[in-house]
Design a protein around this ligand. Structure first.
Ligand code: CP3
Length: 324
């Protein structure tokens, strides 16, 4: 999950001096931000400081992180012509700064904790491209999906080509595992997921598997999509907090894949005893079985008390050791 960000004072200090895109594109800064949570908290992995929208630039999409508004896309994809104009991004030329950041972090970590690379999944990226930013009902995205199969296929195809090369390049640059974030895929029915998303996400995850690159496949609002997501691929499936962890794992298949999750990030705003009992519930549902990665069910929020995050990471280690 996202673990760097505005809840940390050291991040806010840097952020006052630089724009977000500038931070992503300056490997020294991106490496420093990646390492901030590693230095401050007893977490077991670093996730590279980048954003799911960065590959869109190399495809010809102009992105901006507007203050307080979230991401904005200035030239959204709305018709066949727009889709035809999209390029397939080249990892080395268009995203070399992310690869460089990975190399720097990898050298700095010298194996202390795992390094995670990532990308947005095809549906979530297509939704940003088409809607022009965040969305509630994904009306424009679904309209293209339902009305114009050729345009949808063209957009998804170019995203798949871009992401496959990008994730492989991340692995070559030091990422030990890559995570595919399908953050908004929960807006789809299982039938639509199978028709419009499954074929594309599957291509990326199969191609990674063929090269021996381990992956985590994450989405939110996916209780009924979990079996399909598992079928699409991923050595570990990420679950949000809207299901019990053990139910989610049963749906994925306990013997077929690992599970990552699934504490509600808002729980971290609660008094410590509430956080602790929520963590105990998750760990008890995992039952000490191998293949559970304790994590939040979605990215950490600004205003989260750092002390609770630290206490949680400590507690998860301590309680898991006690269980063994
Ligand atoms: O530890 C880390 O922070 C890892 C890096 C990371 C970022 N974005 C940096 C970032 C990761 C893994 C992401 C993924 C991402 N970005 C997703 C998928 C994961 C998820 O949470 O669903 C999505 C949907 C995005 C798109 C995005 N980027 C949004 C919606 C926003 C605005 C959110 C907000 O809080 O205003 C961003 C900006 C962004 N990307 C921030 C960070 C740390 C906030 C930065 C800031 O305002 O200073």
């Amino acid at each position: 999950m996202r673990q760097a960000g505005r809840y940390m004072a050291e991040y806010r200090r840097l952020r006052e001096r630089y724009g977000l895109l500038q931070m992503f594109k300056t490997p020294e800064i991106a490496a420093e931000v990646t390492l901030q949570p590693i230095k401050a908290l007893p977490v077991d992995a670093a996730i590279i400081f980048a954003d799911i929208l960065l590959p869109l630039e190399g495809m010809g999409i102009s992105i901006e992180f507007a203050q307080g508004e979230g991401p904005v896309i200035h030239n959204p994809v709305r018709c066949r012509k727009d889709a035809e104009a999209l390029r397939v991004a080249h990892p080395g030329e268009d995203l070399g700064y992310v690869l460089r950041s990975l190399e720097m972090v990898k050298a700095e970590l010298s194996g202390r904790v795992a390094l995670i690379g990532f990308a947005g999944a095809p549906f979530t990226l297509a939704s940003y491209m088409i809607e022009g930013g965040s969305s509630r009902n994904f009306v424009l995205t679904k309209k293209i999906m339902y009305e114009d199969a050729r345009t949808w296929d063209l957009v998804m195809h170019k995203i798949v080509e871009t992401l496959t090369a990008y994730l492989k390049a991340q692995a070559r640059s030091g990422a030990e595992i890559v995570q595919l974030f399908d953050s908004w895929v929960g807006c789809l029915s299982p039938a639509d997921y199978r028709t419009y998303v499954f074929p594309y996400t599957t291509r990326i995850l199969r191609s990674l598997k063929a090269e021996g690159i381990p992956s985590i496949h994450f989405g939110t609002g996916t209780a009924d999509l979990l079996p399909l997501m598992r079928e699409a691929g991923g050595d570990v499936i990420g679950a949000d907090w809207r299901t019990f962890l053990d139910d989610a794992w049963t749906r994925i298949g306990v013997d077929s894949a690992g599970i990552q999750g699934n504490l509600d990030p808002v729980t971290l705003m609660a008094p410590w005893p509430v956080v602790k009992s929520a963590a105990v519930d998750i760990l008890d549902r995992a039952g000490g079985r191998p293949g559970h990665i304790f994590n939040l069910g979605h990215g950490i929020l600004p205003d989260t008390p750092v002390d609770n995050v630290r206490a949680l990471a400590d507690f998860v280690h301590e309680y898991s050791t006690r269980r063994q």
